[in-house]
Design a protein around this ligand. Structure first.
Ligand code: 2IT
Length: 445
């Protein structure tokens, strides 16, 4: 395989899809040598098949706001790869959503889901709908209109959507309600459901908790722990609060959170009360963080900036793609950062990752670090299929096991000659081998 040629062809076929091309580039670079050592992959054209989604559904979503105005959004579902299990991945509702972003997310999801140890294929969906400032009734009407198209292509053994940016428990409720109405069946076709209608304990916290368990393993490989560490976190959505809660519980101090308006620096660190306050702020359908500084006077709000200028031991980007760039990485390195764990999907730019690798700073890639979210989604599917519920302790123990096995896979495939663990390479190779071998077994389809 020649990575350059494949990418040039893809750029010609999919001009301007920069996030998708970025994600493919990153994976192909790390698997190049494994690929070339195994000619059976090349003869089955595994790469050419793996980089193109199985299929893409795009549709129009028309809905009416509280003033009676009609709105038209675009809806998508990318069924990327189902070699190892039913398509599985979240629904992103954000004005930035486009084909490139969903294709990158679906591609990443395929590898991430392979790492979870569960039989889950990769998918992603969403809409350019902006939930910010919308009333509850507007959110419901949008979700219902979205499902009027999506229901046709999903099913408990076909494609199982879940939450992502802009889609939480409330949205999943509205979408699932409409699905059942149309399909006349009561199966766990979504994950992240409410606890009293098929959801799993620990699913809301799973991405953040799993990310913290993974980072603990990174620390433990250096005989280190979260105890007394200063941690910078970005975002405060579905994921960041779970990170803040678990890091705090393990003795670390989370000193930042952020929104599109800027970041909060709280020298004393977040605690359970402050996290409760943040959750209430989020529930107001508003993604600004500045009110936190009014509520807690020890905190400062820094408008229009990102938290990567704050001195820390561990940085955990938990907001969105490409939120930590080369310059940010240089600042973190200059300030003595010891670990970077990417909790968001593709949160770091290629320049940032390169700078961290050059400085030999352990970098956990999103597809490994945040896999606990979809991992517990997989556990929710198992519980639904068995029609029973596991306890918090059972789910949490399985999440722990999963994160630990992902960490071992990264070490197995990512340890370099000098002992530095290239987690990104390890995760890419481990995920690739599982999917590629399944594709080989199943013939040319
Ligand atoms: O990026 C992700 O892994 C998710 N948004 C969760 C997907 C899932 O199916 O739980």
């Amino acid at each position: 395989m020649n990575v350059k040629n494949i990418l040039t062809n893809l750029e010609t076929k999919h001009p301007g899809e920069k996030e998708y091309l970025q994600a493919v580039h990153e994976v192909l670079e790390s698997i190049e040598s494994i690929y070339n050592e195994n000619p059976q992959y090349e003869s089955a054209k595994i790469i050419e098949r793996l980089v193109e989604p199985d299929r893409i559904l795009t549709f129009r979503v028309s809905w009416v706001d509280d003033e009676g105005q009609v709105h038209v959004n675009l809806g998508y579902r990318i069924q990327f790869n189902n070699a190892i299990g039913p398509y599985k991945g979240g629904i992103r509702l954000h004005p930035s959503v486009n084909l490139s972003i969903l294709k990158f997310l679906g591609f990443e999801q395929t590898f991430k889901n392979a790492l979870t140890t569960l039989p889950l294929g990769g998918a992603k969906g969403g809409s350019d709908f902006n939930p910010k400032g919308k009333s509850d009734a507007e959110i419901m009407r949008f979700c219902q209109a979205f499902m009027l198209e999506l229901w046709r292509v999903i099913g408990p053994n076909t494609d199982v959507p879940a939450g992502d940016i802009g889609t939480g428990g409330r949205e999943i409720g509205y979408m699932y309600g409409m699905y059942k109405k149309l399909q006349v069946e009561n199966t766990g076709v979504f994950t992240g459901k409410g606890l009293n209608w098929g959801g799993s304990l620990v699913r809301p916290e799973a991405t953040g908790f799993g990310a913290t368990y993974f980072t603990s393993e990174m620390l433990a490989s250096n005989n280190d722990s979260f105890q007394g560490k200063i941690v910078t976190v970005s975002g405060f959505g579905n994921v960041a609060w779970g990170v803040a809660l678990k890091v705090t519980e393990l003795g670390g101090k989370v000193v930042t959170i952020s929104g599109p308006d800027g970041y909060i620096y709280d020298e004393k660190g977040l605690n359970a009360d402050k996290i409760d306050y943040l959750l209430a702020l989020r529930a107001s359908n508003n993604d600004i963080v500045s009110p936190y500084a009014d509520e807690f006077p020890e905190a400062k709000f820094i408008a229009g900036k990102k938290p990567w200028e704050v001195k820390c031991d561990i940085a955990m980007p938990s907001a969105t793609q490409n939120e930590l760039n080369g310059e940010d990485a240089a600042k973190l390195i200059a300030n003595g950062v010891k670990y970077v764990a990417e909790v968001s999907n593709m949160g770091c730019t290629p320049e940032a990752i390169e700078a961290l690798h050059n400085a030999k700073i352990p970098f956990g890639p999103g597809k490994a670090v945040n896999a606990g979210g979809v991992g517990v989604s997989g556990l929710e599917m198992s519980q639904n299929a068995m029609k029973l519920n596991w306890t918090t302790e059972e789910v949490d123990a399985k999440l722990h096991q999963m994160m630990s096995s992902i960490h071992s896979a990264c070490i197995k495939f990512g340890t370099e000659d000098d002992g530095y663990i290239n987690y990104a390479k390890g995760a890419n190779i481990a995920g690739f081998i599982k999917v590629a071998d399944a594709m080989l077994d199943q013939g040319i389809v």
